[in-house]
Design a binder for this molecule. Structure first.
Ligand SMILES: [Zn+2]
Length: 426
């Protein structure tokens, strides 16, 4: 990494771990002249030992006659980079399960909600240090449905609204993947081990199962490092269930399901003494976070299709029948090239609260055929000219189609833009 000094200064540099402990101290450099300097760190501590894979904070403190200035950068030590072509175009949504009035499973005083949040924060730091965008449903011991709203519009306030609020965070961020982090519990105290849940009922069932298999494999393999004569990880496998957060669309109950590959990880059992002791270890929680990180990296390194949309310009309203243009930047974040002739679609659906989560595609306003191939990592800007539909409130939706495949059916979240047509003056 590089830093630039604007005046002559004394510079001290150290590396801190997730918990804020100093793990490496570089020699202090006194009377360093103004200029640009670079620093290399190979992931070792002061004794030359390799540190665990995790996010670290490199802190540079420069002191001159006017005082001390501190700069920090988050770096990730990991086995893999995440989508190295353009990591900044990837967004991962993390949901630490439970929180606030709901502690989740409680094992001998340890609350699942706290474990889930700690794992999520460790994972977020690793992703952020790798240059990846991250959204979290919560970053404190709170519920997510705040203010309390009937999020799923079923006429009552319930746990489903809390879960709908979490789905909204992932969907509104148009996350590439939704990672729901839990710990297990059972009435049988001998039940233990690791399992990963997903739904088989989405059009992107293959992607769900592949991501779940990677998470399960990486979690179990990371936990193997902590095996002792009395404890070893148990692989309980990938399971399918329509939890609220993994379920497909259901009218009146799940109006806005997750629109991307989603897994719910149950790393270990808080109701089992051996598993619980592991979960109380920061090193084990870090290994669980690393397992998720590696699964995300592997999934994104092999998935065929991904896209990140951004609105460059779009009208908020037009007179019905008038011409308008929605300009979008589209980046190929998958590993397959989009052939020439790939279509970018602009469609519209009636406006609904929040955003549209129903599986219908809407009516086509425009489609544009991409003139040349779009390589993985490349960006193409497209102007979608359209004629404003009948007076009313609408949502414009942008989707890609490659051959017969709509990318929204592969778990690539569509772009949605609120739009209003006004009545033509008579
Ligand atoms: Zn839970």
């Amino acid at each position: 990494m590089r830093y630039r000094l604007q005046t002559t200064a004394t510079v001290s540099t150290r590396v801190l771990d997730f918990d804020g402990r100093t793990v490496r101290t570089f020699p202090i450099r006194t009377a360093l002249a103004a200029g640009t300097y670079s620093l290399r760190w190979g992931g070792r501590d002061d004794g030359g030992l390799l540190l665990p894979n995790a996010a670290y904070r490199v802190r540079v403190e420069a002191t001159d006659s006017s005082g001390t200035t501190t700069a920090e950068v988050l770096v990730t030590k990991a086995n893999r980079a995440i989508y190295p072509r353009t990591p900044g175009s990837i967004v991962i949504a993390l949901d630490p399960g439970h929180g606030g009035p709901d502690p989740g499973a409680v094992g001998d005083g340890t609350h699942e909600a706290d474990i889930n949040l700690d794992v999520a924060r460790r994972l977020r730091a690793m992703l952020a240090g790798a240059g990846v965008g991250v959204v979290m449903t919560r970053d404190a011991d709170v519920s997510v449905n705040r203010p309390v709203l009937d999020r799923n519009l079923d006429g009552e306030i319930s746990e489903r609204d809390e879960l709908a609020a979490r789905l909204d965070v992932a969907n509104l961020a148009r996350a590439d993947l939704f990672v729901v982090i839990h710990q297990n519990s059972a009435s049988d105290p001998t039940a233990r081990g690791t399992e990963t849940w997903t739904s088989g009922d989405h059009p992107w069932i293959d992607q769900n199962l592949r991501f779940a298999a990677l998470v399960q494999a990486e979690l179990v393999s990371g936990l193997r490092a902590f095996a002792t004569s009395t404890w070893s990880p148990v692989d309980r496998g990938v399971k399918r269930l329509n939890f609220y957060v993994t379920a497909p669309y259901e009218e009146g109950r799940v109006p806005r399901p997750g629109q991307m590959p989603t897994i719910l990880g149950e790393s270990l059992f808080l109701s089992n003494a051996g598993d619980r002791a592991k979960l109380r270890s920061a090193a084990v929680r870090q290994a669980i976070a690393e397992g998720y990180y590696d699964a995300i990296a592997r999934y994104l390194a092999e998935r065929s299709y991904g896209a990140r949309y951004a609105v460059l310009a779009a009208p908020a309203s037009l007179v019905e029948g008038a011409a308008g243009t929605v300009s979008v930047a589209v980046r190929n974040t998958g590993n397959a090239s989009w052939p020439a002739g790939t279509y970018l679609y602009l469609r519209y659906v009636p406006a609904v609260p929040y955003y549209d989560g129903a599986p219908h595609r809407g009516l086509a306003l425009r489609r544009v055929s991409l003139a040349s191939a779009t390589a993985p990592g490349a960006r193409v800007d497209v102007a979608l000219r359209f004629t404003a539909p009948a007076a009313g409130r609408w949502i414009l939706k942008v989707d890609l189609r490659i051959g017969d495949l709509y990318l929204s059916d592969a778990g690539v979240v569509q772009l949605q833009v609120p739009f209003r047509s006004t009545a033509a003056p008579t």
